[in-house]
Design a protein around this ligand. Structure first.
Ligand SMILES: NC(=O)c1ccc[n+]([C@@H]2O[C@H](COP(=O)([O-])OP(=O)(O)OC[C@H]3O[C@@H](n4cnc5c(N)ncnc54)[C@H](O)[C@@H]3O)[C@@H](O)[C@H]2O)c1
Ligand SMILES: O=C(O)[C@H](O)CO
Length: 386
């Protein structure tokens, strides 16, 4: 028998029981659920990562839907428990859903939601911040200053890399990868090389138009290239940012062999998922190549770092905060709640998960749809014509 898990209850008399495994930013998501007759239960346990047993206890005997987190293991056990409790909806409060076994959800007929779009620019901004911080050695310089080591300007003090005119490489040019590419091209006049399974047509058009604008103004135009292999990006780019989904094809995409093909002074940024990089190989590479720098938001065994990483001056490490802006986190909570609510109410699925703005407008009621259900097709759920 699992021990009871502490909760906070909103609208106790609500007809539908919706559980959130964590407290989430803002109150709009709670109000939207209450307005549609939901009793909202929020887990208030102090520990950061809930176990499968904790979540089974939270689901209990009757539960219509759950909002969960990317740190939780949503597999056979949890979907079976949710299904037994009468639940038909689960949403991650995240766009990535590599922590969810979608086949298990399909088996129990549970819709799986995610939260695309609302975190695109926020995540791209953090990737750009890490790129700049690594290029200009901002964290090292900050530590030096605070340690009282600065005794006057010197020609060699914290010399880094100029981004203008260098090449930015993007692996996974989807929503976030494309937004990051635009920031680096437009903001720093970098040339672009990208690799994705699909052509990023809008991104290519943007760089072409921006290059023409620069040329018309007497400046060096920026260029773009769609690489035919990932290795081409690794060989040619000065700054490389990783933005693919994590799946079998991207696990350890960056390994010892591939690191050795990169420029000795390259910068590698990872704001996707930790296991996209073989972190042990990365630590070794950083030790052997002190001018190679990394900016990491995600780690292979979160919350842990592989031994040696924390001691390296050529690594900047932050705790998975790429989507951490107030607007984005409140929006993620809203989208996750509306995914669950939409399924409970029998609404159709929103037609375009890349355009979720109508759900985020605080001054209007959200559309009667679930914003993004990743297994809608597998479950045969109807798609909204709105
Ligand atoms: N660090 C964070 O806080 C944070 C925040 C948001 C998203 N993410 C991660 O970023 C990922 C991407 O998010 P998105 O909204 O841009 O998703 P997206 O689906 O729009 O983009 C992912 C891209 O990866 C490409 N891709 C898939 N397999 C590939 C492969 N083998 N090689 C090259 N490209 C491949 C896809 O074609 C797609 O264009 C999420 O799945 C999530 O894991 C992390
Ligand atoms: O996938 C996501 O949404 C992130 O990792 C959380 O910000």
């Amino acid at each position: 028998m699992a021990k009871p898990v502490s909760i906070e209850v909103w609208n106790p008399s609500g007809k539908y029981r919706v559980v959130s495994t964590k407290s989430m930013p803002g109150t709009r998501w709670i109000n939207l659920l209450i307005a549609q007759d939901c009793r909202v239960e929020i887990c208030t346990e102090k520990k950061t990562i809930l176990s499968v047993e904790d979540i089974v206890a939270l689901i209990g005997d009757k539960c219509d839907g759950v909002i969960g987190q990317l740190t939780e293991d949503w597999g056979e056990t949890l979907f079976a428990a949710l299904s037994r409790a009468g639940g038909k909806a689960f949403s991650n409060m995240a766009v990535g859903y590599n922590n969810v076994d979608v086949n298990a959800a399909n088996k129990y007929g549970v819709a799986v939601g995610n939260t695309p779009g609302v975190l695109t620019e926020t995540t791209a901004e953090l990737a750009a911040s890490l790129s700049l911080a690594a290029a200009r050695r901002i964290v090292e310089a900050d530590e030096f200053m605070r340690a009282g080591l600065y005794d006057g300007w010197l020609p060699y003090l914290f010399v880094g890399n100029l981004l203008k005119g260098q090449t930015v490489g993007v692996i996974g040019a989807g929503r976030i990868g494309s937004a990051y590419a635009r920031m680096m091209v437009e903001g720093f006049k970098m040339n672009l090389i990208y690799y994705d399974l699909y052509q990023a047509t809008r991104l290519e058009k943007f760089v072409t138009a921006y290059g023409a604008f620069l040329q018309a103004n007497g400046e060096q135009p920026v260029t773009w290239k769609r690489a035919s292999s990932m290795d081409e990006v690794l060989r040619e780019a000065d700054v490389i940012s990783l933005h693919p989904v994590l799946d079998k094809t991207t696990y350890h995409l960056i390994n010892k062999e591939r690191l050795s093909t990169m420029k000795k002074e390259a910068i590698l940024v990872n704001c996707s998922r930790g296991p996209v990089v073989d972190e042990v190989a990365l630590v070794e590479h950083l030790k052997q190549n002190p001018k190679f720098r990394v900016g990491l938001d995600v780690f292979e065994d979160e919350p842990y770092m592989k031994p040696g990483l924390a001691e390296l001056k050529n690594a900047i490490v932050v705790p998975h905060i790429a989507s951490a802006s107030k607007w984005t986190r409140e929006g993620m909570a809203t989208l996750a709640a509306l995914n669950v609510l939409g399924k409970i109410k029998g609404y159709p699925i929103w037609g375009n998960p890349n355009q979720v703005e109508p759900f985020l407008n605080e001054n209007a009621s959200p559309p009667a749809a679930s914003p993004s259900i990743v297994n809608a097709k597998a479950l045969g759920l109807p798609v909204s014509k709105l």
